[in-house]
Design a protein around this ligand. Structure first.
Ligand SMILES: Cc1cc2nc3c(=O)[nH]c(=O)nc-3n(C[C@H](O)[C@H](O)[C@H](O)COP(=O)(O)OP(=O)(O)OC[C@H]3O[C@@H](n4cnc5c(N)ncnc54)[C@H](O)[C@@H]3O)c2cc1C
Ligand SMILES: Cc1cc2nc3c(=O)[nH]c(=O)nc-3n(C[C@H](O)[C@H](O)[C@H](O)COP(=O)(O)O)c2cc1C
Length: 609
């Protein structure tokens, strides 16, 4: 279920079209906030649109933008994704807090024209919430929204492209009006090949050996050694879930709820065949020097200046991603075969959208596989960053307390593997790489704050709901609290089978036997055929009187983690019903109570798809 608008909001009004003063510099600012890079990619595309309209775009991640400059801007395009349960991305929080200040005058941004493009997933309850709130708040502060807010939905069969294409057309018309071109100057055709964002030249032989890996010098990352990579699920079980342990030579500080950030590598054999396929095999190991020439277009984070093509496609550019429309838009310029070019043009046409979906998105065909079919393309080296998306780091909730296991990080990871209509099974890039690591292997691991935090008063009871790998952050919470001598802990765990995928079952039963944990497990497929399957929400309903007492009388905190499908909403509904049936609240009161818990940070979700 999706709530389409935050409460008491109104639809954005297209107030009036600003007109850039004659002679005013043709400049605007693009501010983006991203968690996993999609909003940054959209910002790149908006910057390119501006360039085609001969407008100079300054592009900043919101956290790298000096807030005090916003007051002097005339036109700003905001690109904002959604994370957590309707949260703004971390990079947006400082700017957002500033905008929320109660003492800001209502006409503060009367000279500002803005447009907002939100990214979200309508499978979540709070679809594109930060984008909606941002446009509403800017309008309250006197700014004019020049273009109806765009909202990209992961559920759209073309992903972000579904909403972005039409929105960019609308924006383009508005910008052309605000920044009319001088007579005789034409906009660049959107079909033309843009200049490449980098210039690549040969570096002196051996020079990459002397440079430092930026990931190694980044202080957020620590050198980790694998000490355990062990399957948790039974060997004959359909899903491969692993317990990993990493050790560090130095102290690593993190709290329960924090998240490990891991930069995966593509498999050497995949990179080898890919390099051969695109004709780079002979130059794959030559040191190259990368110069960023088009600064309104981003490059992958932690990119070294000197590297090799092999290293680029192993660590920085994603050959296993499902290609977006923009990939085909660049590729078509390099295909030499007439038929291949026609096919690419067809994919890019309005009528070809469904065909592209059937070819790429539905079967989850990868860039590597696509290029094996479009073999006539000769890709100039300088264009690799325009064609291939960055290989993004992946996040995993830390599954241990550092107090219980100093200088260690444990992770509980489901190895992503699934089938589509293609013969070869699809594999997750990062998890399949991790699955292949052996004790003694080394890698860099970053630590990031998650949404989960512990109650300030350790006596506050906690209720942890973590089915499947959602149990990972719960293990960190429970270990830490037990280490601190706090035993009012309840865990709801769910899986299919007590014998096959009961992650850390022995550990929970041990804590329970010592009176340090109330452990409730729902084994959904262990019951007899035909009987309703039991999930965590059913156990919460069975325990409604205890739940109500913990929450309403003892002020318990609730954590929900795991798959973002129907589970979080079903759990919230079960808690709400407990407050009604056992706490004497009306439905309205119980609903409000839950909303308040979320606002106060007493009910926290950390869910992923
Ligand atoms: C804050 C946070 C904490 C997390 N903690 C954990 C954790 O503790 N343990 C854990 O296992 N995961 C966790 N995840 C999820 C994990 O980051 C992702 O599963 C990650 O994408 C795996 O990386 P990968 O490179 O192996 O998969 P990718 O190559 O990124 O592939 C994953 C993608 O494949 C597609 N996909 C997957 N299954 C199917 C299917 N059946 N049908 C169609 N498409 C499919 C989806 O598009 C999915 O996004 C967490 C995520 C976040 C955001
Ligand atoms: C952990 C997680 C939580 C999310 N929560 C929401 C949400 O509450 N509402 C929503 O509309 N989209 C949500 N999304 C979807 C993202 O906003 C969407 O995938 C977006 O394209 C990501 O953009 P980014 O890569 O720039 O961060 C979530 C995605 C993830 C991975």
């Amino acid at each position: 279920m999706t709530s389409s608008e935050p409460s008491s909001s109104s639809s954005p009004a297209v107030v009036h079209h600003h007109h850039a003063d004659h002679g005013e510099e043709r400049t605007l600012t693009i501010l983006y906030a991203t968690e996993t890079g999609t909003a940054q990619d959209v910002a790149d595309r908006l910057a390119r649109l501006c360039r085609n309209l001969r407008i100079r775009a300054r592009v900043h991640s919101m956290d790298a933008y000096p807030q005090e400059e916003l007051i002097n801007e005339t036109v700003v395009l905001f690109v904002v994704s959604t994370t957590g349960s309707g949260h703004e991305p971390r990079a947006m929080t400082p700017l957002w807090n500033m905008l929320l200040r109660a003492d800001l005058p209502e006409d503060l941004f009367e000279d500002l024209a803005f447009a907002v493009f939100g990214l979200g997933d309508s499978a979540y309850e709070k679809f594109c919430w930060p984008a909606k709130l941002l446009s509403r708040r800017l309008a309250q502060l006197g700014a004019s929204e020049i273009c109806t807010r765009g909202e990209a939905d992961d559920q759209h069969q073309l992903g972000v492209d579904g909403a972005l294409g039409p929105w960019m057309q609308q924006l383009s018309a508005v910008l052309a009006h605000i920044f009319p071109l001088p007579e005789g100057v034409e906009p660049e055709s959107p079909d033309s090949l843009p200049p490449p964002r980098v210039s690549i030249s040969e570096a002196p032989p051996g020079s990459q050996l002397t440079r430092k890996d930026p990931l190694v010098t980044d202080r957020e990352y620590h050198r980790a050694t694998v000490i355990c990579n062990q399957r948790l699920t039974a060997e004959d079980w359909y899903q491969d879930v692993r317990h990993f342990e990493f050790s560090f030579d130095e102290d690593v500080n993190f709290k329960p709820g924090d998240v490990a950030v891991i930069h995966p590598e593509a498999l050497a054999t995949d990179v080898e065949s890919f390099l051969a396929c695109i004709g780079y095999a002979n130059i794959a190991d030559d040191p190259i020097d990368i110069r960023h020439t088009l600064i309104d277009q981003s490059l992958p984070d932690h990119l070294p200046e000197i590297t090799t093509l092999r290293e680029l496609f192993t660590r920085y550019l994603d050959i296993n991603a499902v290609p977006r429309r923009s990939f085909f838009a660049v590729l078509k310029h390099f295909a030499e075969d007439e038929l291949e070019r026609e096919k690419l043009e067809e994919f890019l046409s309005e009528e070809g959208a469904d065909e592209m979906y059937e070819y790429c998105q539905r079967p989850r065909r990868t860039i590597r596989e696509v290029l094996e079919e479009f073999r006539s393309a000769t890709i100039p080296r300088d264009y690799v960053f325009d064609l291939f998306p960055p290989l993004r780091p992946r996040q995993f909730s830390i599954a241990n307390s550092v107090k219980t296991y100093p200088r260690k990080i444990h992770l509980c990871i489901a190895i992503v593997q699934y089938r589509t209509m293609l013969k070869i099974p699809r594999r997750g890039v990062c998890t399949s790489w991790l699955a292949g690591l052996k004790p003694g292997d080394q890698l860099q691991i970053g630590v990031q704050k998650g949404f989960i935090t512990l109650p300030p008063d350790s006596k506050t009871p906690v209720i942890c709901v973590g089915p499947g790998t959602g149990v990972a952050p719960m293990r960190a919470i429970i270990q830490e609290r037990i280490h601190d001598g706090t035993y009012e802990n309840t865990l709801y765990f769910g899986c299919r089978s007590a014998a096959k995928d009961h992650h850390y079952g022995k550990e929970w039963e041990h804590y329970a036997s010592e009176g340090k944990l109330i452990y409730r497990a729902a084994f959904s497929r262990d019951g007899p055929e035909g009987v309703q399957r039991t999930y965590v929400q059913h156990l919460i309903r069975e325990d409604s009187s205890r739940i109500c007492e913990l929450v309403d009388q003892k002020g318990a905190w609730i954590y929900i983690s795991g798959s973002s499908n129907k589970m979080p909403a079903a759990v919230r509904a079960a808690i709400q019903d407990a407050l009604i049936s056992q706490g004497g609240k009306t439905e309205e009161e119980a609903k409000e109570y839950i909303v308040r818990m979320e606002k106060e940070g007493r009910l926290i979700e950390e869910c992923w798809s």
